[in-house]
Design a protein around this ligand. Structure first.
Ligand code: ADP
Ligand code: MG
Length: 480
């Protein structure tokens, strides 16, 4: 039997709210509020209770992570020519962003002595659970994946509330069993991934350069990973924005150094640079190229970042393409991968594309339309699709993919957001992390690991789920 959320009296809910807030502030389950002062933080938007999640679906998502890592490694390395052809087309459709990133890739190749062929991926594959309790992939993220740090903390706080008796309305005992509430180890696993990049670079004393957004509110998520990197591996990290890079670092004999200390940078870890708004002037585009052209290992390289394009995801739902990228993949693994896909269509001249165009106009309620963008707020949902498409020239439709909507179950929960309580039905999205260190030229894989998980939830009436964007919150699973 799936347990519903405990029925608590208003005063018990208040105690729970206070306990949750105090734990969050004590342990860094925090996020700066909008328009923040950097000395004043708040509990991150978070659920009161863990949300029910089927354990078989949870296990499937974890089981396929390394295969997904390998698939994207294959696309960027051994199947590079195929990827480059796709990107060239996308670059024409989306000149201002994909086009510019692609141009950086091409320019970085001009002097090949200054290009590091090893790329580090901290990936996150996102899923929703459909009505048959199966995980279905929403998207595969190859750059700047977030909430691996806070995810560990949410699991811990839900366990604390359970153990502390805050979920029980009668005897102050536990409401969930311990093994029903796993804690994600992503905060240390992602640090492990970075450390593997650092060690591969050299055995010497080097630092990780963390590229951050100006005014970042989700700082503490990143700091948990940085603190683990130092505590568990003795590796220091230095933070700066893309705009600061060319004044605060220098390149000597293809090596990247922090100017003020002359520390050598072994890994450039991007927590920025994935959206057009991150490149708000030309100097920033230059900075991205500058970072690409030195021997530091990029997490990720611009090419690995571009492999996360929605168009690539659409093509990779075809088993023939998966087999050509991973010829040695065993059938059982292929089946598992394919079981996580919903239909994704191109909107081009192909037979499938023609069918999809008809669907988009006649049955838009079944679909979400996605451009080649990351970071939330870009998709077009259901009945908005026909109008949106009609405003474009049909020759531009090829830049979009049409994806079947996944319809996850609703669960009752309570969201705490900046002191405000929202009791509502929520839907959840699971993310599973993976780390991969590989050579883009030779295809050699040095590391490929699963690296923990994340649950994000949002009120069921909202289409989008960005936590920092104000749509959603962090959550954890109660496995049933
Ligand atoms: P982004 O790169 O902007 O994060 P996503 O593909 O993750 O784009 O879509 C953003 C959000 O839209 C998701 O977090 C999810 O809430 C919703 N969404 C995307 N695809 C689907 C889908 N196929 N079915 C249901 N919801 C979806
Ligand atoms: Mg997403």
């Amino acid at each position: 039997m799936v347990k519903e959320v405990p029925l608590l009296s208003p005063s018990q809910q208040n105690e729970l709210k206070q306990a949750l807030t105090q734990w969050a502030l004590t342990n860094g389950l925090t996020m700066f509020p909008p328009n923040f002062d950097e000395n004043v933080t708040a509990a991150a938007p978070v659920t009161f209770y863990p949300t029910p999640f089927p354990h078989t679906a949870f296990k499937t998502a974890i089981d396929v992570q390394k295969v997904f890592n390998e698939l994207y490694i294959g696309v960027v390395s051994r199947h590079k020519t195929w990827l480059l052809e796709i990107l060239e087309t996308l670059a024409q459709f989306d000149q201002d962003f994909t086009g510019k990133l692609f141009e950086i890739y091409l320019k970085s190749l001009v002097d090949d002595k200054s290009v590091q062929p090893v790329s580090l991926g901290l990936f996150r594959s996102d899923y929703m659970v459909n009505q048959d309790d199966e995980v279905k992939q929403v998207e595969f993220n190859t750059v700047s994946v977030s909430f691996g740090g806070l995810s560990t903390k949410v699991g811990q706080v839900h366990r604390y509330l359970n153990q502390g008796g805050f979920y029980d309305n009668k005897y102050s005992s536990t409401y969930y069993d311990d093994d029903e509430l796993p804690v994600s180890n992503s905060a240390s696993e992602l640090a492990r991934g970075l450390a593997q990049g650092v060690k591969h670079y050299s055995s010497g004393n080097t630092v990780v350069l963390v590229i951050v957004q100006p005014g970042e509110r989700n700082v503490f998520d990143q700091k948990h990973i940085e603190f683990n990197l130092l505590a568990e591996y003795g590796i220091r990290s230095v933070r700066m924005t893309l705009e600061e890079v060319q004044t605060k670092t220098t390149i000597n004999q293809h090596k990247l150094y922090i100017k003020s200390t002359m520390d050598e940078v072994s890994v450039v870890y991007y927590r920025s640079g994935y959206a057009p708004s991150d490149y708000y002037n030309d100097q920033i585009w230059d900075a991205r190229l500058y970072l690409e052209k030195n021997m530091a290992i990029k997490c990720p390289s611009v090419l690995t970042q571009l492999s996360g394009a929605k168009k690539v995801q659409q093509l990779l739902t075809q088993p023939e393409i998966i087999k050509s990228v991973l010829p040695d993949l065993v059938d059982a693994d292929l089946e598992k991968l394919v079981s996580t896909f919903v239909k994704i269509y191109p909107l081009d001249e192909s037979e499938e594309g023609t069918y999809a165009k008809k669907e988009a106009l006649e049955s838009p309620g079944k679909y979400v339309l996605k451009p080649q963008r990351e970071g939330g707020g870009n998709n077009i949902y259901k009945e908005d699709i026909p109008d949106f498409l009609s405003k474009l020239n049909e020759s531009e439709w090829g830049a979009y993919i049409l994806m079947e909507l996944i319809k996850p179950a609703n669960h009752e929960n309570v969201i705490l957001r900046q002191g405000e309580i929202i009791s509502d039905n929520i839907i959840s999205e699971l993310g599973t992390f993976g780390t991969a260190l590989f050579n883009e030229d030779s295809g050699e894989i040095y590391e490929n690991e699963y690296a923990g998980w994340l649950l994000r939830s949002k009120v069921s009436s909202s289409d989008e789920g960005g936590v920092a964007a104000g749509f959603g919150c962090v959550d954890s699973v109660y496995l049933f």
